[in-house]
Design a binder for this molecule. Structure first.
Ligand code: PG9
Length: 636
């Protein structure tokens, strides 16, 4: 008897000595304030997805908050090993104050093909259709998961919310297609929606090459055991020496990775990207479940997703009641943390806590806790930077600029409300691909795309280094005497010629602080980007069908910048900067037209002289200022 008992407890001993490790170790959790279950949930195609379920002890009739992730479910709930659910939920994409204090059952699932889940991984796996001929996608996997949860988690009230940042915001969006009836609330935070137009992979056709390490780590192995390597301390040199993003990826063996091959094969906005764009898909489908989109105004990774989705839906009468949006002064995912500053900018209060307690918690309680008496937030809640105030309204202004203030580029590096005449001529600079404009000042910190670097806050970094370069054209307004309040999407109307046959145009709308800021001296003269983006010139007429730029011939480059909700305060100035590289975040444009920039040979990279036609260049901003001319109105 003794012998058989011992063999039941220990692992078999094929090597002649009993192993120390049991077959299946259970952490002792009698003192914990939660129960943790690790389950494999079967999907309709027979594959099982690894899912961690954290149930507050004694829970009864509690709602479920689900997150589906490619980032390791186990790790996300064991960041701090602790007997307290509040501490265990300190890891990535968790909010202990909302989830643990709110009494939710927390469920985190590895998406198929990642970490503990079976099946194969496909980056941003498309919905079933032209790009996915299988029987499963994230929509079916979510449906199957919720079906299992409501039948097997007896402590729940049968109501499920799905929530997550970025990729986990993308998987949250996917739950909206043929949603399970138990799905009652969806919260895509900084969701990855359109990888070509402005989320992680490209912005208007310019490739975000510092995503290569992400693709390598995520897509080479199931559990991210192969790690990106570099023999450079400074990414600027790494990417410059590699010549093109395609060459760098290939030198790392990335042509073994399916998604890298797809990127190389689809530099333009063809059907591959169009059919993957979730805003286009949801626009055709409608919003059937209450959804709170969360947007960060300084989102360095997915600055288009939430707003693109909002605009895709807000004209559909059947979707309006379910559509909620909050936008705040955050970087990517900043809303789930303490957020009383955005980089160097002080915000006057913890805007992350405001979002969680005033918007997210009531939204979740209203739909998930049988308590419809909790008042809902407004359909749109937006932080107004500059004034540092929250505003609420029924909707965002339409994408057409009305009422509109036009900021005209002028001679002598000026910016104003009067259109320059043809005598103003051109503003010129030489863009040299052998010395591209860095997106961060290199002398302060080598540019590295790692979480410890300046990356998370770079969109709010001081632009004065760039304004002093001869390859950046800078236009500055007079000092404001009244506030200039802007809202919505600024639209660039830039007319320029180049001596090359291709080229990029980066346009930045900047708030220049007064030379002296007594309450925060280091902000004196600070140049804060309020909205900025890049357009690859070959896509100026069609993002689907690129074409060369005729050399020395003025062309119109018109594109929308990311949404802003900002007040330029009296004493500040408005600045616009124009440049032709943003390196190494974006791959260099060789400035000589080649079919595929990923494969551009070294000889194609040539300097080009850019001439901006001042009489035909401006930015339209949707303005809510009460005064006609904030540069001349008497100071209030
Ligand atoms: N921005 C990241 C990402 C999302 C989707 C695809 C690729 C990258 C993220 O933070 O998850």
């Amino acid at each position: 008897l003794l012998l058989s008992c011992a063999s039941a407890m220990a692992s078999p001993a094929p090597e002649g000595i009993p192993a120390d490790m049991p077959q299946d170790f259970h952490a002792s959790d009698s003192s914990f304030d939660y129960i943790r279950r690790n389950v494999m949930i079967p999907m309709r195609d027979g594959k099982k997805l690894h899912t961690v379920i954290m149930i507050p002890k004694g829970a009864h009739g509690a709602p479920i908050l689900l997150t589906r992730t490619p980032y390791n479910a186990d790790e996300m709930v064991t960041h701090n090993i602790s007997g307290h659910m509040r501490s265990a939920l300190q890891g990535y994409d968790n909010m202990p104050d909302v989830i643990a204090d709110g009494g939710y059952i927390r469920v985190i699932q590895d998406v198929r093909g990642k970490y503990g889940s079976e099946g194969s991984y496909v980056m941003n796996r498309p919905l079933r259709g032209p790009l996915n001929k299988s029987t499963v996608d994230h929509a079916t996997d979510t449906w199957d998961t919720i079906e299992w949860l409501v039948h097997n988690v007896h402590e729940s009230n049968g109501k499920v919310g799905i929530i997550g940042v970025s990729y986990d915001g993308f998987t949250s969006m996917m739950a909206l297609f043929n949603p399970h009836p138990a799905l009652r609330a969806v919260v895509p935070m900084n969701p990855m929606i359109d990888g070509w137009r402005g989320d992680d992979w490209f912005h208007n056709g310019a490739f975000r090459q510092q995503m290569l390490p992400y693709i390598y780590d995520q897509d080479a192995t199931r559990s991210n055991t192969a790690k990106w390597w570099s023999s450079y301390h400074d990414d600027y040199n790494l990417y410059l020496d590699a010549v093109s993003a395609g060459a760098l990826g290939k030198s790392h063996g990335m042509d073994q990775i399916g998604f890298f091959r797809q990127i190389l094969a689809h530099p333009a906005y063809d059907s591959f990207w169009q059919d993957m764009a979730v805003d286009r898909q949801i626009a055709g489908y409608g919003l059937k479940v209450p959804t709170l989109l969360v947007h960060s105004l300084w989102d360095q990774e997915d600055i288009v997703g939430a707003i693109g989705t909002y605009y895709a839906l807000h004209d559909r009468a059947d979707s309006r009641d379910n559509l909620f949006l909050v936008m705040g002064p955050w970087n990517h995912g900043g809303e789930i943390r303490q957020a009383s500053t955005m980089g160097a900018v002080r915000l006057g209060s913890d805007t992350g806590a405001y979002f969680r307690t005033r918007i997210l918690e009531p939204f979740l309680a209203h739909y998930l806790k049988d308590d419809s008496s909790v008042p809902l937030p407004a359909h749109v809640t937006a932080f107004r930077s500059g004034r540092n105030e929250w505003e609420s309204s029924d909707s965002l202004p339409s994408q057409a600029c009305s009422p509109c203030t036009t900021l005209y580029l002028g001679a002598g590096h000026t910016l104003g409300l009067t259109k320059a005449d043809s005598a103003a001529g051109t503003e010129e600079y030489v863009s040299d691909p052998s010395r591209p404009v860095p997106y961060l000042p290199r002398a302060i910190e080598p540019i590295a795309h790692t979480p410890v670097s300046a990356w998370p806050n770079w969109l709010a970094s001081d632009q004065r280094e760039a304004s002093g370069r001869t390859d950046v054209a800078t236009f500055t307004s007079p000092v404001l005497t009244a506030p200039l309040d802007i809202q919505g999407l600024p639209v660039v109307h830039l007319t320029a010629s180049t001596t090359g046959t291709d080229g990029d145009f980066v346009v930045k709308l900047i708030d220049v602080y007064p030379d002296e800021v007594p309450e925060q001296p280091e902000m004196g003269g600070y140049q804060l980007m309020v909205s900025a983006d890049i357009l690859r010139g070959r896509y100026r007429r069609s993002i689907e069908h690129p074409e060369p730029i005729p050399a020395n011939t003025p062309q119109l480059y018109s594109f929308a910048l990311p949404v802003a909700n900002h007040t330029f305060l009296p004493g500040h100035r408005v600045m616009i900067q124009v440049q032709s590289s943003w390196f190494p975040l974006y791959d260099r444009n060789p400035q000589t037209y080649v079919d595929n920039i990923f494969l551009a040979p070294p000889a194609a990279y040539r300097p080009a002289k850019i001439s901006i036609d001042l009489a035909n260049s401006w930015i339209d901003v949707h303005s809510t200022s009460s005064v006609a001319n904030p540069f001349t109105s008497p100071r209030p």
